[in-house]
Design a protein around this ligand. Structure first.
Ligand code: CA
Length: 233
């Protein structure tokens, strides 16, 4: 993909300028919007590759912008939240946002989030869609038709729930999945007990998957929010 086009939605001019300057310096194309109505208009008119979306907008809530865009597009949305409460980020992710940045953020963080998202995009675009029979990421391979996962060509001895969990994360590589989303998909409901169970299953899955449990390569933890499968280069 050459020169991704990034839509920046932010009503705060200094922050908007910081993002735009960063994008310009790093050779990205960009569009800007300073409220939710403009954001929806720009997104539908120009179909950008990635959207940076501030949640606190003057006209409509950022969450409504996500819902609107998600009703017709899967374009990656990275939420920017000034609010420190995890609740907003979780709601945004559950409404279909892909990732988040918390204000104040550094230019490095901004670029890192953008790189993860663009890797995810190129992964999806490579063959037009994600291969439905096999998943390969670094040394991890999942054979969906056989229902088996392999690390360095050795079969991982996974329980049915660990396998389900691994497939769910793999099918959403690069995207932050919330506890509620994961437990809803695994157990078909989401109670506090399920989040506690999820932690246990995630710990055992990681013990089998990660070489160093203290430096996970595949599954990234977002404390209080959820987990993400990283794309390994
Ligand atoms: Ca704002």
């Amino acid at each position: 993909m050459n020169k991704p086009n990034v839509l920046v939605v932010e009503d705060d001019a200094p922050i908007r300028n910081l993002i735009v300057t960063t994008l310009k310096t790093h050779d990205y194309k960009y569009l800007v919007a300073s409220n939710g109505t403009e954001a929806i208009l720009e997104a539908s008119s120009y179909n950008p590759d990635v959207v940076f979306l501030d949640l606190g907008l003057p006209d409509i809530d950022g969450i409504e912008v996500i819902k609107n865009i998600r009703s017709w597009s899967n374009m990656p949305i990275i939420v920017i939240s000034a609010r420190s409460e995890d609740y907003d980020k979780i709601e945004a992710l559950d409404c279909g946002a892909d990732d988040y940045l918390t204000k104040p953020f550094s230019v490095e963080e901004l670029l890192a989030r953008l790189r993860v998202t663009i890797r995810r995009l190129s992964l999806m675009n490579k063959d037009g869609n994600i291969d439905e029979t096999e998943y390969i990421n670094g040394n991890l391979r999942i054979d969906f038709s056989a229902g088996c996962a392999y690390l360095n060509n050795e079969e991982l001895k996974l329980t049915p729930i660990e396998y389900k969990l691994l497939c769910l994360l793999a099918n959403n590589t690069g995207k932050v999945l919330t506890h509620t989303f994961i437990t809803g998909k695994i157990w078909g409901r989401s109670w506090d007990n399920d989040t506690a169970s999820l932690r246990v299953f995630m710990a055992t899955l990681r013990k089998k998957l990660e070489a160093g449990p203290d430096s996970p390569q595949y599954i990234q933890t977002h404390i209080g929010i959820g987990y993400r499968m990283m794309k390994i280069d």
